[in-house]
Design a protein. Structure first.
Length: 480
């Protein structure tokens, strides 16, 4: 009778009681933070694995960039690890015997989230190889697949006029260099002279430069600010501060106000360097090239598995949201539609439960998932043998990952965990982390932790979350 009573008590025990596995992390709730957490071993033969710890695991909270793990799973499910996006130069006019294209040259953006200047240079070289020496018309950058994409977050809306960062880059299927300008700042010839500021991508200037950086004596320190502002429709990089005479050049990235226009200017510079003259300048378009166009040059992007590694490791918002937009089958897609496609993918995973994703990047603070649901998704990918190697490779190891702030905890935590983090600071602080772990006996487990602040909670930093989590996960790893 007593044994039966104990079992019944266990069935009706509050969910937070299972949080014994999160004894350190659970103390954050005492400060008013909202927490959803779950860690469990992966089951065998379809049976659910043992729950090692849980704190309100069904609670719907903002995941920030943990959303990118959902995007990665949906993208692998749709295209497979080796998929590549293709960018083309096309035209519907003939090339004459003198190498003159008697009309427009159309740059057809293929939605490659990692399209870079080197790819544009390859396109220019292949166009030259095709025999083109002159374009009698314009260079037209077509973003008919999607773009310009309506901004739905504060940072991106502000970036249409000015920005001091690169993470808020606007979106287009014809964007290059993650939708950001790059300039190189080097010391001048002598102390007291202006710094030398040039484009990273071209010998000729392709973005306006307002240089207020002064060269100072050797070893005097380097510190400068950079903001991209838009003046009369033209982007200008405004830089101020100082650079030491013996300092190495520094590269600065800031989001452009119009990624398609940025691509047009960069592509025009590549054509010029390749010796191809464009007579009537450049333009952007949202029209699909006609069926009569022929491909003059093309370049394939990197395989999806490499795109996901970059997207996840560097938490690249531009790449994530461009991939989400690519998931939508119809042209002129929106971020909300991209989120809906990911939600539809998740709807096919049994026992996941509700979620709301309004983007692929997690920049949208309205997105909601649960720790339990995230673990269910992670487990579903674990059992997809053809996709799992590419999926798990996109997560970071605390010991060797690119982000310094995850290098915490004991060697056990650093060497037995693969994770994806997410950070938001507005309208409330969010720190989220999700991933896999291996126990001492070699068993796989999954964990997800979502910590959301409120209007009354203090500032939240990563040490407050990762330090106690590392202790809790180390205990789980060592005891199994």
């Amino acid at each position: 009778m007593l044994r039966r009573l104990v079992l019944l008590c266990g069935l009706f025990m509050p969910l937070t009681a299972l949080g014994a596995g999160f004894t350190e992390l659970g103390r954050m709730a005492e400060s008013g933070f909202l927490i959803g957490a779950e860690a469990r071993l992966l089951g065998d033969g379809g049976a659910p694995g043992e729950v090692l710890g849980a704190i309100e695991p069904q609670r719907q909270l903002s995941p920030a960039s943990v959303s990118k793990a959902y995007l990665a799973a949906a993208a692998l499910d749709r295209w497979g690890p080796q998929h590549r996006f293709t960018t083309r130069l096309v035209s519907d006019v003939e090339l004459d015997g003198n190498g003159v294209l008697a009309g427009d040259l159309i740059f057809e953006g293929g939605g490659d989230p990692a399209l870079a200047t080197e790819d544009l240079w390859r396109l220019a070289q292949r166009l030259h190889q095709h025999g083109v020496r002159e374009v009698a018309g314009r260079l037209v950058v077509s973003q008919w697949r999607f773009g310009p994409v309506e901004c739905i977050t504060t940072d991106r809306c502000q970036a249409s006029s000015r920005t001091a960062n690169a993470y808020s880059a606007l979106l287009s299927s014809a964007g290059v260099n993650h939708g950001s300008w790059c300039v190189s700042v080097a010391p001048g010839a002598a102390a007291g002279e202006p710094a030398r500021v040039t484009s990273c991508d071209s010998q000729s200037p392709i973005v306006g430069i307002d240089n207020r950086v002064e060269t100072r004596p050797p070893n005097s320190g380097t510190e400068f600010s950079a903001e991209r502002v838009t003046r009369e429709g033209e982007d200008t990089m405004v830089l101020g501060g100082q650079i030491s005479l013996n300092a190495s050049p520094r590269e600065v990235y800031r989001a452009s106000s119009d990624p398609a226009r940025q691509t047009a200017r960069t592509m025009a510079a590549m054509l010029e360097q390749a010796g191809i003259v464009v007579r009537q300048g450049y333009a952007t378009s949202v029209e699909e090239p006609s069926a009569a166009t022929r491909t003059l040059a093309a370049v394939d992007g990197k395989p999806l598995q490499e795109l996901l590694l970059r997207t996840m490791n560097y938490s690249n918002n531009f790449m994530a949201d461009v991939l989400a937009l690519n998931l939508v089958d119809t042209p002129r897609s929106t971020l909300l539609q991209g989120g809906e496609v990911i939600e539809h993918f998740v709807g096919g995973i049994p026992d996941h439960g509700p979620l709301e994703l309004r983007s692929g990047s997690g920049l949208t603070p309205e997105s909601r998932i649960s720790a339990h649901g995230a673990n269910v998704m992670l487990e579903s990918m674990f059992h997809r043998t053809a996709l799992f190697p590419s999926f798990v490779a996109s997560f970071q190891s605390p010991a060797t990952g690119v982000a310094n702030f995850i290098r915490r905890g004991s060697p056990t935590f650093q060497d037995h965990v693969m994770l994806k983090t997410g950070t938001l600071n507005q309208p409330v602080a969010v720190r989220a982390v999700s991933g896999y772990f291996r126990t001492r006996s070699g068993r796989w487990g999954v964990f997800s932790v979502l910590v959301n602040g409120t209007a009354t909670t203090p500032w939240l930093n990563w040490a407050q979350v990762l330090d106690p989590l590392a202790v809790d996960l180390e205990r789980m790893i060592d005891s199994h």
